[in-house]
Design a protein around this ligand. Structure first.
Ligand code: ZN
Length: 711
């Protein structure tokens, strides 16, 4: 009786505190006593319980509800969702133990109840229950072992080191004295920083702030060494540096900036220090990834940790060092894509390597090639933050990553497919802050802009936007919607996916799994007293029909069609089974469009076009023999060396008139409709592109990629 009562009892009546390492040595009765010292606290949804960097000395045990844990990545500034936690889980133990600021932000998703243990109560508990002290020692020892394994800080003797004076000037003397740090070496974009206290995170942050884009590697030095250096060696080095700077200035070569003159912008510094004379401007971000790559090769043991994701619990993720190379690599890939304004990220495992590509201004480009051994960890990491099943590698999956960058919410739509050499991850960046919207940004030709504005201010009718995938149809439609958006009208959109958030508009995400398609959403909108409706895409007869009916019953409808030319829209609708007379009476106009890269205005280069180009591109001279200046790409810092910055639309806008209505009603061919529209003054894509070229917005090469000019 006695033995049966002691042995299995712990299983049935296990106290929730016993599952927490800190209290695992206590009996159930003792745990009950501990709980008495805790305070109950209730939090409403969306409340921050602890904030990253804020002081705090208490630990929280969730008894009901749900919270999310977010952490800012210091190198990219992105705020990541690390994990979600629920009843039985705890957070804040490091602040309880050390009194140091919070290492992550925790905020509630649902109403949440916590039991809170304050530091003074904890200290009393330690005296009352020595077993907690033993557990504490074990936890701290484990943490320490883990930390030194990750960081591996080495101790150096400054007197044996030859310090380059140019490297020392990277950090201002005041900061060196404040934090007791000395920059001692700079190789391959990696700054070795000698520190009296290598755990001084504030010092590391300060250094990263003034020297952006470099990796900082701390090494330890003694206080004595530091004093000795600053007392004598430093002054000698400064004198040497000053002399060098003066010599460089008197040589008057503006092309080779001295180190002190480059504003410590990190990128320029690195090229100066490594004496790579004319490094291309594009080297900056790629260089950053290069460092990460060398990290990966060096820190193989860490990669193993990330490659065995089964062992990575939510708690591990939260406390994982932000210096872990895999996490940093994943963060940098995301952060760099946002900073460069890429629209998609492709991570493609090949036989012997992993290729990272960004789609930027419509074109894919290789950003970096990573060693094959980075594959497992990187893909697992991305799947974890996209909340996908990491163990499932044979089936395609879809997920989402939500981050904040400089206060701006950015979502990544993530998809994986099983490729021959491993899972390929593709991420579409959904920047919901719609900073790029605006018809005047897309449509540079004033008459065309005026005509489009006329279209969207009609009380009813339908406006079609056509073009291939990636031609910017959605951007044009959103820009139009945000122009007419007004509290006095009801705007509803059916989208797949929702790419921008528009305030004051009802946006509905399509979901084919539950049968919510465009046609069904459209029918529902019509019962909700709409003024303006946007249908993401007209691709079936039913959607085409309802849109046309909606337009004819007093609503303004915007939608897209998959045709190449404006005139082709009518044939396409006819093929879908819409009656020609309904098409002709409901249509206001059709916009065919393409997107092309906009030349960087800081570096574009003028040249005099030859006759063949002028004729081929259909550029019109104002008088015979006139010289025609066109522009071509070059590349500078402002455009990451690509020669392009942003994109611009090429439009073909067909405005309905009586002749066109008659032609459409009797089912005329695309060619007949096109000819009539051109007679009425329509600019086709080629003619519009010629205007863009003359105005210097883009280059001949770019136009040729998106517009057929051969006919
Ligand atoms: Zn440029």
């Amino acid at each position: 009786m006695v033995s049966s009562a002691t042995a299995p009892a712990s299983e049935g009546t296990q106290h929730f505190l016993q599952r927490i390492q800190l209290f695992s040595g206590l009996s159930t009765e003792e745990c009950t006593e501990v709980v008495k010292r805790m305070k109950r606290r209730e939090f409403p949804p969306n409340q921050v319980i602890v904030r990253e960097g804020a002081p705090g000395s208490s630990m929280f045990f969730i008894t009901a509800g749900q919270v999310e844990v977010r952490k800012k990545d210091s190198s990219t500034g992105i705020d990541f969702l690390l994990s979600e936690m629920g009843p039985g889980q705890n957070f804040g133990e490091m602040s309880l133990l050390t009194g140091k600021p919070r290492t992550a932000t925790v905020l509630t998703i649902q109403p949440t109840s916590c039991a809170v243990l304050e530091q003074k109560d904890f200290q009393e508990l330690l005296i009352q229950y020595p077993k907690i002290g033993v557990a504490l020692t074990t936890i701290l020892a484990e943490r320490l072992a883990k930390a030194s394994q990750q960081v591996g800080i080495e101790f150096i003797n400054l007197s044996k080191l030859q310090v380059d004076s140019r490297v020392v000037t990277l950090v201002p003397a005041a900061m060196m004295n404040q934090h007791k740090i000395i920059p001692v070496a700079f190789i391959n974009n990696r700054l070795t920083l000698a520190m009296v206290n290598p755990n001084n995170l504030m010092a590391l942050d300060d250094v990263r702030r003034i020297i952006k884009g470099v990796m900082v590697e701390p090494v330890a030095i003694s206080e004595e060494d530091f004093k000795k250096f600053m007392g004598s060696t430093y002054n000698e080095l400064m004198k040497k540096e000053q002399a060098a700077a003066e010599a460089a200035n008197s040589a008057a070569s503006p092309a080779s900036p001295t180190l002190s003159g480059v504003g410590l912008s990190g990128v320029t510094v690195s090229t100066a220090v490594t004496a790579a004379a004319a490094a291309p401007a594009a080297a900056a971000p790629t260089g950053m990834l290069d460092i990460l790559q060398s990290d990966l090769i060096r820190d193989l043991q860490l990669e193993d940790v990330a490659a065995a994701p089964g062992s990575e619990t939510k708690q591990d993720l939260m406390t994982a060092s932000e210096d872990a190379p895999i996490i940093r690599l994943a963060n940098s890939i995301l952060g760099l894509a946002i900073k460069r304004g890429a629209s998609d990220i492709h991570i493609e495992p090949m036989e012997t390597e992993v290729v990272v590509r960004y789609r930027q201004d419509g074109l894919l480009q290789v950003i970096q090639t990573l060693p094959k051994k980075a594959q497992m960890g990187l893909i697992s990491r991305l799947k974890i933050i996209a909340k996908l099943d990491i163990s499932e590698k044979r089936l395609p999956q879809d997920g989402r990553i939500s981050v904040n960058m400089e206060g701006k919410p950015i979502d990544f739509r993530v998809s994986t497919i099983p490729g021959k050499w491993g899972e390929k991850v593709c991420m579409r960046i959904l920047d919901k802050s719609n900073t790029t919207l605006g018809l005047e940004l897309l449509i540079s030709h004033q008459e065309t802009l005026k005509m489009v504005r006329e279209f969207i201010n009609q009380p009813y009718g339908i406006i079609y936007v056509t073009g291939p995938t990636g031609s910017g149809k959605t951007t044009t439609l959103y820009s139009a919607l945000s122009e007419i958006n007004d509290p006095t009208i009801n705007i509803s959109t059916a989208e797949d996916p929702i790419e921008y958030d528009l305030a004051g508009i009802t946006q509905v995400q399509m979901n084919k799994d539950i049968g919510l398609d465009f046609a069904r959403a459209l029918r529902a909108f019509l019962r909700q007293d709409p003024d303006v409706i946007l249908v993401g895409e007209t691709r079936d007869k039913e959607t085409a029909h309802i849109s046309v009916e909606a337009a004819l019953t007093g609503h303004l409808v915007f939608t897209t069609l998959h045709t190449n030319s404006a005139s082709g829209a009518f044939t396409r609708l006819h093929e879908m089974g819409v009656e020609p007379f309904l098409i002709s009476s409901s249509t206001i106009g059709v916009l065919a469009q393409r997107l092309t890269r906009r030349l960087c205005k800081h570096c574009k280069e003028p040249y005099e076009a030859d006759d063949a180009t002028i004729e081929y591109m259909g550029i019109k001279r104002t008088k015979p023999g006139e010289k025609v200046t066109l522009y071509k790409k070059k590349g500078c810092d402002a455009c990451n060396g690509s020669g392009f910055k942003g994109r611009i639309g090429i439009y073909e806008v067909l405005k309905m008139n009586q002749e066109l209505r008659n032609l459409v009603s009797r089912g005329a061919t695309t060619e007949e409709i096109s000819a009539a529209a051109l007679r009425a003054g329509m600019l086709d894509l080629k003619a519009y592109a010629a205007i863009l070229l003359r105005e210097g917005h883009t280059s001949v090469e770019e136009v040729l990629q998106v517009v057929s000019v051969a006919e």
